[in-house]
Ligand binder design. Structure first.
Ligand code: URA
Length: 426
């Protein structure tokens, strides 16, 4: 098999055969195809795409590049959620323990954040002692004993994706629906979960801001899940404004703890419950919305979260680290907050130190943005709208620049907008 023939075939718009796809993924993962050749093929795919059959084989080959997790030793139905990433998206921290209280098991293998959206592992690493890196036997022990585990994906899970994603990142080839769908789904299918719900974000803070692309991505991933025997559905959810009040690692853990105690922000709770209902429906576990709300209100879900954190070495007995420096942004006028832009808040939190520009950069546990007002809230002139948190006051200038033009105050409240925009699935 000649890699140059494969590149030429895709360049000219031909379908790749199963053998060509399997050869490429295997050879590239093992170092038998040069980066420049893989880049050329990826760029040809950006232009020419992959059809459903090619994409199914491409994803299967990525899964087979590593070891699939075997969850057959778990008695409960397994189900997971994946979000395409949003600002203030701490849903996983609340959702995994919540569905575990209902008798499902969630093996949530997760990643660190890059750019303006935070990563679940970065948030949990704000808890002193908490360990993301579990070996397979530790992961299975936490999942069996607690009913949920959130940890790092590890090198054995779809290693082809690790190499391909790093290459796509530096060759302008991330933005391809089949490449994104296969990258996300290979990792989730390799996780061994029986069912999967995708939270595909739409809006300014989302990875794919426009609704048509988000829908196409969701439909492609739902088809891929079904083709690989994983019951899959997707919710399209609004990401024009940050979810909840906080964007930043420790700030988000605190907010997740509030939500796990029944006192979380309305939007965060609404999206979490919608996803929980979707996940439980796929597993066939009987549940009610009021039962889920009760698990948040009566401390059951919070206890589950604490058990999961403690099983991974985390200590929640003391306070989480507070930022030494804070800067308040006030409302310039009285009225209603009509708009608060998610992407701008995400970039501000990132510039304050909550996120990283390169994979190897450290993140600050304490940095971030607290939104004291959300769209629809009434404000007086001079009332605090946002509080910036940082370890170093020199970060406030660049963060404030990101927030210029990020919000509007007007005489009328904005039209309320639904959070769950659509459902895609069987
Ligand atoms: N997230 C992934 O895991 N892969 C992509 O290609 C894009 C976002």
């Amino acid at each position: 098999m000649d890699i140059v023939d494969i590149i030429r075939a895709k360049r000219d718009g031909a379908r790749l055969t199963d053998e060509q796809i399997r050869f490429f993924i295997d050879a590239y993962t093992r170092g038998g195809v040069a980066d420049e050749q893989a880049s050329a093929l990826l760029m040809a795919i950006v232009w020419r795409s992959l059809d459903t059959a090619e994409l199914t084989t491409w994803t299967a080959a990525m899964i087979e590049s590593g070891k699939r997790l075997d969850l057959s030793g778990i008695d409960a139905p397994t189900v997971d959620k994946h979000s395409t990433g949003g600002v203030g998206d701490k849903v996983s921290l609340v959702l995994a323990p919540l569905i575990a209280t209902q008798g499902a098991a969630d093996p949530m293998l997760s990643g660190r954040g890059l750019g303006h959206t935070g990563g679940t592992l970065d948030k949990l690493e704000a808890i002193p002692g908490w360990r993301a890196d579990l070996d397979r036997s530790e992961l299975m022990t936490v999942l069996r004993n607690v009913g949920c585990v959130i940890c790092a994906a590890g090198g054995e899970l779809a290693p082809a994706d690790r190499k391909l994603y790093a290459l796509r990142d530096v060759t302008g080839t991330v933005e391809s629906i089949p490449l994104i769908a296969s990258s996300i789904m290979a990792k989730k299918i390799a996780e061994g979960t029986g069912a999967l719900v995708l939270d595909v974000k739409v809006g300014s803070g989302a990875f794919l801001p426009d609704a048509a692309s988000a829908r196409e991505l969701a439909e492609t991933m739902v088809r891929l899940g079904a083709a690989h025997g994983v019951k899959t559905s997707a919710l399209l959810t609004n990401m024009d404004t940050p979810l909840g009040w906080a964007a930043g690692n420790a700030l988000e853990v605190r907010e997740a703890l509030d939500a796990l105690s029944g006192t979380g922000p309305k939007d965060l709770v609404e999206v979490t419950i919608a996803l929980a209902e979707e996940m439980l429906a796929l597993t066939g576990i009987e549940h009610t919305r009021s039962g889920l709300e009760a698990a948040l209100g009566d401390g059951t879900a919070r206890r589950k979260f604490k058990d999961m954190i403690a099983a991974q070495g985390g200590d929640l007995t003391g306070p989480l680290r507070d930022a030494p420096e804070q800067f308040v942004i006030e409302s310039p006028a009285p009225g209603y907050l009509r708009r608060l832009d998610a992407r701008a808040v995400g970039i501000a939190a990132w510039r304050l130190g909550a996120g990283r520009a390169r994979k190897e950069d450290p993140v600050s546990a304490a940095a971030g943005v607290l939104c004291l007002k959300k769209p629809g809230d009434e404000v007086t002139e001079g009332e605090p709208l946002l509080v910036l948190h940082a370890d170093d006051a020199r970060r406030f200038g660049p963060a404030r620049a990101a927030l210029e033009g990020a919000f509007d105050i007007g005489a009328e409240p904005p039209e309320p907008r639904p959070l769950v925009l659509a459902r895609i699935g069987p």
